[in-house]
Design a protein around this ligand. Structure first.
Ligand SMILES: NC(=O)C1=CN([C@@H]2O[C@H](COP(=O)(O)OP(=O)(O)OC[C@H]3O[C@@H](n4cnc5c(N)ncnc54)[C@H](O)[C@@H]3O)[C@@H](O)[C@H]2O)C=CC1
Ligand SMILES: CC(=O)[C@H](N)C(=O)O
Length: 386
């Protein structure tokens, strides 16, 4: 299943690069080191003996979450296994440590991060550590520490050592006063969750550091991300993943959002490809530093109807909870025209393709009656551990 996901991602990625038809060329990174961009293929470049100066050395924080290990796999294929350092505060599985370097990194510990950056001569940081919307709302103090203080540490160190830094934002960075359909790249942002507030803070701080100090800050606002190989980390959009597990396991699902709650969503292949694409752009080719990226938008009712095309007996019922208010304050459709125009962004998964991919990936898991094996903690575990 994982292999299929990687293969799909690779195929999408290759197609995406061909589609964009923008040569990536040679790009420079603050700190006077240059790296050769990857051209039009995901194949490892220059063989494994290429001097590391030609390949960025990348640290991924919070890499044991939903997005991190997939991104590490992609980066390792492009830049070499030993140039990509996964990190988190959690104990990794053997599978993770067998695939490349893994180190403990608490983003609240400035010195610990500094030591890693210096010792491993890090060039790029992808900062994924965060508490997602529902978990953050249940633990505001911890969310402020991880999402705000952790980001301060990463941003300050990136600036000090001249690193390229990617920090994702989210549809949660918008609020009820934002236009919801579509939500433009630049518009009013008054989020009503601590998660959203922390992400607006990230966007503004990154843009400020970029403007004041030339920090090479890059940020994408992701919709809810659908993936089949790990469980989500406690967000408001998680229903769109759980529904597939329950559909295959039980033939029914009880949704915590109402039937007509429209939200933007994206397949993980598109999400990871967008990170690689924006990280490989030359700094001058990015007129702004924070972009919306979209996939497709659907309601639980529409998603259920699409699932029923493959599982005709599937039933859904609705019991909205506290997450409904969060979802109601978020965009219904993201306008990603700025990303399309500035750096050739194109999503490849519509709703139908997302559903087919999720069902194809998960069906074998439930046919063997095992359920998904996850190396990601539940939101309760995450809260306790952090
Ligand atoms: N998954 C999604 O649907 C979306 C994710 N994003 C953003 O993408 C990023 C990654 O998201 P996911 O992988 O889904 O999150 P996740 O919740 O699955 O993983 C977050 C990771 O951060 C780690 N972490 C928590 N406290 C830490 C600390 N003090 N030091 C180091 N690591 C710590 C956790 O152990 C966990 O592995 C986050 O910034 C999130 O806001 C944005 C929009 C959508
Ligand atoms: C959209 C997100 O940022 C995340 N999946 C959440 O629901 O909190």
């Amino acid at each position: 299943m994982l292999r299929t996901a990687i293969k799909n991602t690779l195929q999408s990625f290759e197609k995406g690069l061909l589609l964009s038809q923008k040569p990536l060329g040679l790009y420079a990174i603050p700190g006077n080191r240059s790296f050769h961009a990857a051209g039009s293929s995901l194949a490892p470049r220059g063989g494994h003996d290429t001097a590391h100066e030609e390949r960025p050395r990348i640290l991924i924080t919070g890499s044991l979450g939903q997005l991190g290990s997939g991104l590490a796999r992609l980066f390792r294929m492009r830049y070499g296994k030993d140039n990509v350092f996964m990190s988190d505060i959690r104990k990794p599985t053997r599978d993770i440590t067998s695939k490349g370097p893994y180190i403990f990194a608490d983003v609240l510990d400035y010195k610990c991060l500094q030591k890693i950056i210096v010792t491993h001569r890090i060039d790029w940081i992808v900062h994924f550590s965060a508490l997602l919307s529902a978990v953050a709302e249940a633990n505001v103090a911890l969310a402020m520490r991880v999402n705000i203080e952790g980001t301060h540490n990463v941003m300050e160190l990136a600036n000090q050592y001249g690193l390229r830094v990617f920090i994702p934002s989210t549809i949660g960075a918008f609020g009820p006063e934002s236009p919801r359909n579509p939500t433009p790249n630049v518009t009013i942002q008054r989020p009503k969750t601590i998660y959203g507030v922390s992400k607006v803070h990230t966007e503004l701080l990154g843009e400020y550091y970029n403007h004041k100090y030339g920090l090479d800050f890059r940020c994408l606002r992701f919709p809810g991300v659908l993936s089949s190989d790990t469980h989500p980390g406690g967000g408001t959009t998680d229903y769109a993943i759980q529904i597939f597990h329950d559909a295959l396991k039980e033939g029914r699902y009880t949704c915590y959002l109402g039937p007509n709650t429209r939200l933007p969503m994206m397949h993980i292949d598109d999400c990871l490809r967008s990170v690689v694409e924006i990280m490989e752009r030359e700094p001058e080719s990015l007129p702004v530093r924070t972009y919306n990226v979209a996939g497709a938008s659907f309601t639980p009712d529409e998603l259920a109807a699409e699932i029923r095309k493959s599982i005709p007996h599937f039933e859904i019922n609705y019991r909205p909870d506290h997450r409904q208010a969060i979802a109601d304050s978020w965009p219904e459709v993201l306008d990603d025209s700025a990303a399309r125009n500035d750096w050739g962004w194109r999503p490849e998964y519509n709703t139908k393709r997302m559903v087919t991919s999720m069902l194809n990936d998960l069906r074998p898991v439930y046919q063997q009656s095992h359920g998904i094996e996850s190396d990601v903690m539940t939101k309760q575990q995450l809260t306790v551990a952090a």
